[in-house]
Design a binder for this molecule. Structure first.
Ligand code: NDP
Length: 252
């Protein structure tokens, strides 16, 4: 039976674990051939092996998305191996939380480099490959925090930048029929949030309208929709997948 993403090549950054790994798995389940990108070679190799064992196509490539030379080499490798790219998912991201008075230059620069410059570099380097295919897609992983979050000035600013990048590229790339959308996750159970101090996690959980965390698979499902044929006429949008948290404050 034909699957929704058969014949499509998809690249996911930060695919070594968490949301990125779930997105890679989901897109592969829908029929896409996957390029898995991360800094963590061991995590990539393990995921690629598991996917191949399940009959899925997976090409692991170690690259740091903040490094132009590495990103350009990555896209050249994808071009040689796959002859183009249909779906680019900019997922790699980091947090370095702190209140304004305590944020260091390094905290600011690292978060902006990975979360915002990374998607810029990947979109730019992938553009010639995306243009080789029909109706390609870019899906950027933002965050509900782009609306504002105490202790995350750097992170929120980076994700607000991702939203603006998404909307602008949607306009610029519409002429090539490349749709550009963002998914803004709320609190999701991944290694990133498991590494937070327990008190911070509890506070965030109390602010969840649904009272629960989301799963990486919840985000992967939204990405699969935006990457698939049903989203043909959707571009420049931000899909919040956050259990309702972006709707406003809860009366506690
Ligand atoms: P994780 O920290 O669990 O995974 C992120 C992955 O990205 C890691 O494998 C990490 O590798 C990789 N990575 C980090 N920096 C780079 C880089 N420069 N180049 C290549 N790979 C890199 O994060 P999540 O899965 O939780 O988050 C995924 C995305 O979802 C991020 O953009 C995050 O901001 C966003 N998000 C997550 C939420 C959550 O609640 N979890 C909520 C809202 C948004 P390494 O081990 O080397 O760092």
């Amino acid at each position: 039976m034909l699957k929704r993403l058969d014949q499509r090549v998809a690249l996911v950054t930060g695919a070594g674990r968490g949301i990125g790994a779930a997105i890679a798995r989901r897109l592969a389940t829908e029929g896409a051939a996957l390029v898995l990108v991360d800094r963590d070679a061991d995590a990539l190799a393990a995921l690629a092996q598991a996917m191949r064992a399940d009959g899925q196509q997976a090409l692991p490539v170690v690259a740091d998305v903040t490094d132009r030379a590495q990103v350009e080499a990555l896209m050249a490798q994808v071009n040689d191996a796959c002859g183009g790219l249909d779906i680019l998912v900019n997922n790699a991201g980091i947090i370095r939380d702190g209140l304004l008075a305590k944020l260091s230059d390094a905290d600011w620069d690292q978060v902006l480099a990975v979360n915002l410059k990374g998607p810029f570099l990947c979109c730019q380097a992938a553009l010639p490959l995306l243009r080789q295919r029909e109706r390609s897609r870019i899906v950027n992983i933002a965050s509900r925090a782009w609306l504002g979050n105490i202790g995350q000035a750097n992170y929120a600013a980076s994700k607000g930048g991702v939203v603006s990048l998404t909307r602008t590229l949607a306009l610029e790339l519409a002429r090539y029929r490349i749709n550009v959308n963002a998914v803004a996750p709320g609190l999701i159970d991944t290694p990133m949030t498991r590494a937070m101090p327990a008190a911070a996690r509890e506070r965030l959980l109390r602010m969840q309208p649904t009272g629960e965390m989301g799963t990486a698979e919840d985000i992967a499902a939204a990405v699969a929709f935006l990457a698939g044929p049903d989203a043909r006429f959707i571009t420049g949008q931000v899909l919040h997948v956050d259990g309702g948290k972006s709707c406003g404050l809860l009366a506690l």
